[in-house]
Ligand binder design. Sequence first.
Ligand code: ADP
Ligand code: MG
Length: 301
Amino acid sequence: MRIAILSRNENLYSTRRLKEAGEARGHQVDIIDTLHCYMDITSSNPTVRYHGEVLPRYDAVIPRIGASITFYGTAVVRQFEMMGTFCVNESVAISRSRDKLRSLQLLSRKGIGLPRTGFASKPDKIQDLIKNVGGAPLVIKLLEGTQGIGVVLAETNKAAESVIEAFMGLKANILVQEFIKEAGGADIRCFVVGDKVVAAMKRQAAEGEFRSNLHRGGAAQLVRLSKEERATAVNAAKAMGLNLCGVDILQSNHGPVVMEVNSSPGLEGIEIATKKDVADLVFQFIEKNAKPNANRTRGKG
Ligand code: ADP
Ligand code: MG
């Protein structure tokens, strides 16, 4: 097959591994820089142009859209969808996953376990907002943060109030969430391909830190999932309409709760921690599922 990886940087571990794995399975794999794609959106014959030429018809596209280019990146993916090209993650699902609030609302509708979470835009009811998610300690998050930046732990109601006021004063969209203390600074990253968790790792936050992001110094190791955790991850991916994603779960005393679903999960941490060839599994999925016009918008919102 002829397959494109949409990625800004061909030297990233994930991009390199995907190209390598696809070629090892006999495919022709091109790395296309998302921001260098351009298109005539009014043409009745939709195409994507790149460095002065029309891109060939790909059998599949693997979008690796970074959070900083979601708007343009999803427009490029949408253009491929208009051409009938199979996109491993469709544009609507990528957009959903980028907004933590929208994601939690979609997961909630499907009855998936979540940390108790509140959202408000006006500062006049802050105390009730805090009370409603169970009071301090609690976590306050920027809606579009990533890599642990914009996630704050407030130990007291007073601290929570000040942080919420400060964020709101900056006109930042935030959500307020029950702190899952019993998770002990660890979370579980479930790597989902299709309707299976193909690899999972436990990430433990560095000493004195509650955020387990590898970018914040967290350490990863292989973990065996319970049946309930596995089902939670698969259902979360399905609710978001993502075929390829990382579902992050906290082990709470009311069962597994989903923190977020990442539509461009990194391969490096998970491949090293689990010693699994995750990239190869992505291509196995493509070989089974890539057909023209196979994308359809799943779910609502
Ligand atoms: P980001 O998108 O920046 O990674 P997350 O929502 O994943 O933001 O939060 C970053 C980290 O903070 C998580 O990996 C987890 O370790 C910790 N964390 C986030 N929310 C909670 C919570 N409600 N309870 C306990 N720990 C949390
Ligand atoms: Mg995270």
